[in-house]
Design a protein around this ligand. Sequence first.
Ligand SMILES: C[S@@+](CC[C@H](N)C(=O)[O-])C[C@H]1O[C@@H](n2cnc3c(N)ncnc32)[C@H](O)[C@@H]1O
Length: 207
Amino acid sequence: MVERRDHWENIYASRGEDEVSWFQKNPSCSLDIIAQIGIDKAAPIIDIGGGTSRLIDALIDRGYTDTSVLDISKRAISVTRERLGRFQDSVDWIVDDVTEWVPRRRYALWHDRAVLHFLTDEADRTSYRNALANGLSKNGNVVIATFGPDGPQQCSGLPVVRYDKDAIEDVFDGLLRLECSSSEDHTTPSGAHQAFIFYRFTRDVGG
Ligand SMILES: C[S@@+](CC[C@H](N)C(=O)[O-])C[C@H]1O[C@@H](n2cnc3c(N)ncnc32)[C@H](O)[C@@H]1O
């Protein structure tokens, strides 16, 4: 969707990596969950809407060798590539809208921090779910972080859907099984607090 793409290109054109509200120096919640899952270091991992997140740096640093980052913003991907320097060549970079993307392979881990929650239309959520179904391996793991019921109603000037356990289970009913969730009180660079919830799923038998 062009409007959506323009929105994100404008954001990354006008703000530095550490000037966006979702900036984290250390994506510790994501890294702790990935460590708990015990993903094989050679297993394919994708960060959906990775933007300029430092998760990819940390994954490479920890020895994960098959990593991909997808984002709708070409500029965000360029910034992240540049930051990684020579390590950028080990990553598969995908510029696409997740709701239009057709995965060419299957991933053992699908990670999304603060992307699904922008999909306020049912049709977009269905497209996201279809991409996930096509891109996740049979025994795949999924980590999705969204604003929780006490989180903000907007992010980056856009309305978001805040998810509790029942609402997120509804989106992936029949495809994913919710294993656990954890809360994160994210402090933005301007000092505001945002209630995130990280949901961890496995692929449902038959899903
Ligand atoms: C709030 S930011 C989070 C970035 C990153 N996950 C993090 O935690 O730092 C949302 C990101 O999702 C990307 N994005 C938004 N909608 C998208 C879509 N439909 N498909 C792919 N990427 C999208 C944006 O460009 C942006 O980088």
